[in-house]
Design a protein. Structure first.
Length: 458
């Protein structure tokens, strides 16, 4: 997230200032000018918080170098002078960007924080300990800034949301909420569990779907290269001497000729569909269709669907505090699922029914069409007995056990199928090559010329 500070002038000449965060500078400026137009303000100046590299010395001590985020160079100099340092130099960092930390680092931070909080350690001490030990620079610097802002009395939820580019939107929201709640340890523990499950799910999804698709695509390109370029170099040698070709060799050569004569068409058919699908999936409507299709895949779709319900139930359990406050937990849980179609059905079907018509959770979930019969039955039972929170946890644990086992078996099956496909393709190529190697001219003189040319070409 990028932080911008602006100064503006009211119609009466009074100067005011403010700050906001956004994903990009352009988006932030649009927000500022929209706010100024709404309140009849004249924007005077917009400054971006940047990283400054400084070099300082105290007395005759060895110079120290470091980094500090600020809106201007003067702010850094003033802050260092206030601490009693002699400023040698302060310069804006040329390349001011940080890569997002690996998901494993964030999971580790949340999990260790939960364990330390369980030991009744104050949160300020937990942050201090982790800041000193976290190896990832981006995460470490973010936690330093969060710690400084919290010490100044900033709102924890707003502070963490500034760093959703580092933690992710949902994680930042949960960690910010935890600091304000009276159940900090449980929220951290639940968030760690959620992050672990989501990371495991994405890993399984890559293993079961993405990796096989990429492998088959690369194999397809390799076969095209062999058939279109390598194979003709040998096979066409026979045609020059009017030697009859065996069926498989003749058929493969026809395919090769077609590929070479229609190179642009082959490239378009091979390359354009993945690019077009990728571009469509990046749009809002395309993403909805792609995520909906994902849930309807044979076998794998059911496992993905149940995993999404598990994630939803786990977050809902953490956030839910009573039937009178069920809307916000449902909304947050829908966002945490990380599936556009699932989220859309909850937000645009279930929640409006709960707000406008006052219907119960179970009926609203059923209308959304994204919950299984088992889940709806369990929610209905929990709603009637007043144990809907515990029901959500039971459902999450049940689907975790079921999907973990089945996904593991599915991944093993997919890997076997991919290995068999590769083996079949290699066997076919070997058979074609072997058939080509057995060709020999019937005329002895032609055989001599052929063998001579073959040695010469090699």
């Amino acid at each position: 997230m990028i932080e911008l500070r602006f100064s503006a002038e009211k119609p009466n000449g009074q100067l005011i200032s403010g700050a906001l965060t956004s994903d990009t500078v352009g988006e932030g400026k649009k927000k500022i000018y929209k706010l100024a137009e709404k309140n009849q303000l004249k924007v005077k100046n917009i400054e971006r918080k940047s990283t400054f590299l400084y070099k300082i010395r105290k007395g005759n001590e060895k110079p120290v170098v470091g980094e500090q985020k600020a809106f201007t160079k003067a702010e850094v100099v003033a802050a260092l002078n206030k601490l009693g340092y002699n400023v040698v130099s302060v310069n804006k960092k040329l390349f001011d960007f940080n890569l997002k930390p690996p998901q494993q680092e964030i999971v580790s931070y949340v999990k260790i924080s939960a364990e330390l909080l369980e030991q009744k350690l104050p949160y300020s001490e937990v942050l201090t300990l982790l800041i000193n030990d976290i190896p990832n620079k981006s995460l470490r610097e973010s936690l330093k800034e969060i710690s400084n802002e919290l010490k100044k009395g900033s709102d924890s939820e707003a502070t963490f949301l500034k760093y959703q580019g580092v933690f992710g939107k949902f994680t930042a929201y949960m960690l910010g909420l935890a600091s304000k709640s009276g159940n900090m340890t449980e929220i951290y523990r639940a968030t760690a569990k959620f992050l672990e499950r989501r990371m495991e799910f994405k890993k399984n999804l890559r293993s079961a779907l993405i990796t096989p698709i990429v492998t088959l695509f690369v194999l397809f390109l390799a076969v095209l290269f062999y058939v279109g370029y390598i194979f003709p170099e040998t096979a066409k040698l026979f045609t020059k001497f009017n030697i009859a070709l065996p069926p498989m060799t003749a058929f493969t050569l026809k395919i090769s000729d077609f590929l070479m004569e229609n190179t642009l068409l082959v490239v378009a058919v091979t390359v354009l569909p993945p690019i077009i699908l990728w571009q469509l999936a990046s749009t809002k409507k395309g993403k909805l269709i792609a995520h909906r299709t994902l849930l309807k895949l044979p076998v794998m779709g059911k496992l993905i669907h149940k995993t999404l319900i598990e994630v939803f139930c786990r977050v809902f359990y953490t956030m839910y505090s009573g039937s009178a406050e069920s809307i916000e937990p449902v909304r947050i849980a829908a966002e945490a699922v990380d599936n556009a179609y699932f989220e859309d059905r909850i937000k645009n079907v279930a929640i409006p029914l709960m707000i406008k018509k006052g219907i119960g959770i179970t009926d609203a979930f059923e209308a959304s069409g994204v919950f299984t019969e088992t889940a709806l039955s369990r929610f209905h039972s929990g709603e009637e007995t007043g144990t809907i929170k515990n029901t959500a946890l039971q459902l999450a644990n049940y689907y975790e056990s079921e999907t973990t086992y089945k996904l593991k078996n599915m991944i093993e099956l997919v890997q076997v199928v991919i290995a068999m496909v590769i083996m079949v393709v290699m066997i076919l190529l070997t058979v074609v090559s072997a058939e080509t190697a057995t060709i020999s001219p019937k005329n002895p003189m032609m055989s001599f010329i052929y063998n001579y040319l073959s040695v010469f070409i090699k």
